[in-house]
Design a protein around this ligand. Structure first.
Ligand code: C5P
Length: 250
């Protein structure tokens, strides 16, 4: 990959979960240089659209803060391909998400659409099983057995059909690395520095544990955005994992 934005050595993507453009903008500006990128999701995008995203990440910030746009696309292949094209044109995200359960043709169509944007194309991260789903919830929608088996099944399918990586819970990193090797990007939320409030996260790992388990990137929200000094909180996490974040503008 030629684009350093996709290879930033800082593995922290901060989840900015708000519908307020001013709040998101000030978070982004304060965190430039201490996080590897910004994740904006459905709450922000539904309220503010691409224009709001551009307000949070003006061109001057884009180099140091790659965009992870988390809309978890899931539709027929033609529609998902169109959505990928529209997102790439309007926002040029470094990463976007889609549901692996959309199937092989949907994932392949998304990859084909992304490829037309060349080396700086968005990287596709597939969501396997939502971590809010228990084994019993999965059985109710016709998937009997352990959630972990479905995670690995969908992970293989996604990577085989063109996803660059997967979003997974920290405890799924080891089985996914065992099944898929070192190639795929594994991006994990559910990260809590030692001593941080869990909030609604139930099964967490510390940043150092997740990186040791084989995570490529971490999505961290409230432990950074809710801190009295968010930049200091992000820096403390970097110090904990010993990440080399040279090359990212301070
Ligand atoms: O504040 P916190 O660190 O819990 O934020 C985690 C982010 O990752 C949120 O944006 C949340 O929606 C997202 N996420 C998650 N668990 C998943 C998938 C996404 O926490 N399984």
């Amino acid at each position: 990959m030629s684009d350093t934005a996709h290879q930033t050595p800082n593995p922290i993507f901060v989840a900015i979960d708000t519908d307020d453009v001013a709040v998101a903008s000030s978070s982004a500006a304060r965190l430039a240089g201490v996080v590897g990128g910004i994740k904006l999701g459905k709450q922000f995008f539904m309220a503010n659209g691409p224009e709001g995203v551009r307000a949070v990440l003006p061109d001057a910030l884009r180099r140091s803060l790659p965009l992870f746009i988390d809309l978890k696309l899931h539709d027929i292949p033609n529609t998902v391909a169109g959505a990928v094209t529209s997102l790439a044109r309007s926002l040029a995200p470094a990463y976007l998400t889609l549901h692996a359960s959309g199937g092989a043709a949907m994932i392949a169509a998304a990859r084909a659409a992304a490829e037309t944007f060349g080396a700086d194309r968005p990287r596709l991260l597939a969501v396997t099983v939502l971590t809010s789903m228990s084994d019993a919830d999965l059985a109710e929608v016709g998937v009997p057995g352990r959630a972990e088996a479905q995670v690995v099944r969908l992970g293989r399918l996604a990577i085989a059909n063109g996803a660059d990586g997967l979003v997974c819970s920290p405890r799924e990193i080891a089985p996914l690395r065992a099944a898929l090797g070192d190639g795929p990007l594994l991006v994990t939320p559910g990260i809590r520095p030692a001593g941080a409030a869990l909030g609604d996260q139930k099964r967490v790992m510390t940043p150092a544990e997740a990186m040791a388990a084989g995570a490529s990137r971490m999505v961290i929200g409230r432990p950074i955005t809710g801190a009295a000094d968010p930049a200091a909180a992000a820096q403390a996490i970097l110090d904990e994992i010993g990440a080399d974040h040279a090359g990212v503008a301070r």
